[in-house]
Design a protein around this ligand. Structure first.
Ligand SMILES: [Zn+2]
Length: 423
């Protein structure tokens, strides 16, 4: 009898192991990374590749055929079709196209974001990371529900009420566009409210260690070293406060988004799963000012964050999905503005002089607009607007099922495609 039981156990062990650890064996996607390069058109990405080639820097981790590739259309629900980051972020996060400036809403109806769905229905942990304020349109689209992106105080409350476990990025914005009454007086008032709501605010991420977090405390990382360095430069850099500094101006912060991403994946790691959204928010800011080199540096910093998730993917290849896209293109960037062959000056015909960008040392904040325009002209980089365009954007993906993100898709298809792979 003993022998029989032993034999039975030997036979049952592999079957039991299979059923008792479905997470390890099912091959279901349970670790999802969604990277959004704000304003990152395909030309911006290609130009970064050319610049990296020239400077002998590493190629972008996602610009090779290990990743699936597709194009996403980015139009919003309005007749002008050109989106902002509110409607663009909402389409990606919530799977529905809405009007310009809406956050997680369409015609007054709240939409459920992918982060909210995975958090409440699948018990996934959620991390939201950005290089711009945490109340900015793109990150807010994953936790907020407001008719206008400028209801910052309400969005702060939405962030607190989301229940999400991890936030990292710039600071907060204040006030509500649809009311004169301020909910939060200043940054300290927000921090106090966060603490009352089980958040552990951490101002020096270098000290961050998940052991410092007690029980079910939530974490918010806002690096005061960055805030202080920006305060010192207040006069020239004031518009930039509450965001990470441009990597071109402050090379020591090039790895900041990457560190936040790594800290998030360590902190949120659990057997149920996690969803992490990382926004490279200042690619858009550089392109609004038609500053190609600053955009390149921001894309390279964004790439460092993607590399952290790629390392994670290599350790958990069966269960990890990484998607990289943009909410829209900014600036209408053209590569090569040379004259045609019949033009009297044939010097610049059909060329792109990426090397000319190397004469620029600092971002548009520290460079005169005349010099900036001259550099773009010499490099033959054209800009058709200082606003957004309706150009489609790239979608790169890796992980089981990544091929579903290839071809021509809509920004609002991304949520459903992720959910199909998670279920
Ligand atoms: Zn923009």
């Amino acid at each position: 009898m003993k022998k029989f039981l032993l034999l039975l156990l030997v036979f049952l062990a592999p079957i039991l192991a299979f059923y008792t650890s479905p997470a390890q064996n099912s091959g279901k996607i349970k670790y999802v990374f969604l990277f959004i390069g704000d304003g990152m058109g395909t030309n911006q990405v290609f130009l970064t590749e050319k610049f990296n080639e020239l400077t002998k820097a590493e190629p972008l981790i996602f610009m090779n055929n290990k990743w699936s590739f597709g194009l996403a259309t980015t139009e919003c629900a309005d007749s002008n079709k050109i989106t902002d980051s509110g409607a663009g972020g909402t389409a990606i996060a919530c799977g529905e196209r809405t009007s310009y400036g809406n956050i997680g809403e369409n015609k007054g109806n709240a939409l459920e974001s992918i982060a909210e769905f995975l958090h409440t229905k699948k018990n996934f942990k959620v991390g939201i990371i950005t290089s711009v304020p945490l109340t900015h349109a793109t990150p807010a689209s994953f936790y907020g529900h407001e008719p206008t992106r400028r209801n910052y105080d309400n969005l702060t409350n939405d962030l607190i009420e989301s229940g999400f476990e991890f936030f990292a990025g710039g600071g907060f914005q204040f006030g509500n566009a649809d009311s004169n009454k301020k909910i939060y007086k200043d940054f300290d008032a927000v921090i106090m409210k966060l603490k009352e709501n089980n958040f552990l605010p951490i101002f020096n991420h270098v000290m961050f260690d998940s052991l410092t977090v007690k029980g079910n405390q939530r974490v918010i990382l806002i690096d005061t070293a960055i805030r202080n360095s920006q305060m010192l430069l207040k006069n020239v850099y004031s518009e930039e406060k509450n965001s990470l500094p441009f990597a071109l101006d402050f090379p020591e912060y090039k790895m900041q988004l990457a560190q936040y991403t790594e800290e998030a994946q360590n902190f949120l790691m659990n057997d149920r799963g996690f969803f992490i959204m990382v926004e490279g928010g200042k690619i858009d800011w550089a392109c609004h000012d038609n500053d190609a080199l600053t955009a390149i540096y921001e894309i390279n910093a964004f790439n460092e964050a993607i590399k952290k998730s790629y390392d994670f993917y290599l350790k958990h290849p069966k269960n990890t999905l990484i998607i990289i896209t943009a909410d829209h293109e900014t600036g209408g960037m053209a590569l090569g503005t040379g004259e045609d062959e019949n033009s009297p000056s044939k010097v610049n015909k059909y060329a792109l002089y990426v090397n000319k960008l190397r004469q620029q040392k600092k971002s548009y904040i520290f460079t005169s607009s005349d010099l900036l325009a001259k550099i773009q002209e010499e490099a033959q980089i054209g800009w058709t607007t200082d606003e957004h365009t309706s150009a489609p954007v790239g979608v790169w993906a890796i992980g089981k099922g990544c091929e579903h993100f290839s071809g021509i898709i809509k920004n609002s298809d991304i949520k459903g495609k992720i959910l199909k792979l998670v279920k």
